[in-house]
Design a protein around this ligand. Sequence first.
Ligand code: ZN
Length: 246
Amino acid sequence: MHLPQKHLCVIAMSVALISSAHGAPLVEPTLHIKPAESGTGRVALTLDACGGKTDTRILSALVDNKIPATIFVTGVWLKRNAEAVAIMRAHPDLFELENHGGRHIPAVDTPRKIYGIRSAGSPEAVLAEVESGAAALATTGEPAPKWFRGATAEYSPSAIAMIRKLGFKIAGFSINGDGGSLLGAKETARRIAAAKDGDVIISHINQPTHAAGEGVVQGLLALKDKGMTFVRLDDADGTGNHGTTD
Ligand SMILES: [Zn+2]
């Protein structure tokens, strides 16, 4: 059998790409917003709606206290939470809805498990996850999403490059507020209340039975009492590492 030199070259390159992708460690990008020019400071609150239900303790507190937030929603969550979506859409000044994927599958293009969740496993599957998330949001009548955050917030570097090519910025964070919604109320409140000017907080709005949700509300109210301003990602100049925003 004879293969032209050009083909051999392409095969060799593909093998090299595949093996480097398998070996590449996953990254958990950070994100910061530009600090406030004056005053006490500003932070961006981001809340993930991975699946499941809506934590109305958090949603009501945001509405009652006029705290703006960026909500990362999946297609799965959108389908089951029409009432919460309606409340968010009724307050466009407060809520910005962004893309958390169609089926809450980690944006990692090689097969592996992250926190027990199976990764997308191929470039095609990463693409499908990102695009189906955006398509689900489009059906709500919300503006087209500009930000993407993958399930588990971990990525392979090659998946980051793909998602950027699709036109999305990738939303890391600088404060892990609720530890995947598994922390207690006190520790969650302590972490969120400790946010400084320019921080981006991540927590969850889809676990109404977890104690962490109570801590999210307490932490946010403590920040508000200190005079901290809340901004959404759309309204802030966000800078992430690992090529997630530039
Ligand atoms: Zn999630």
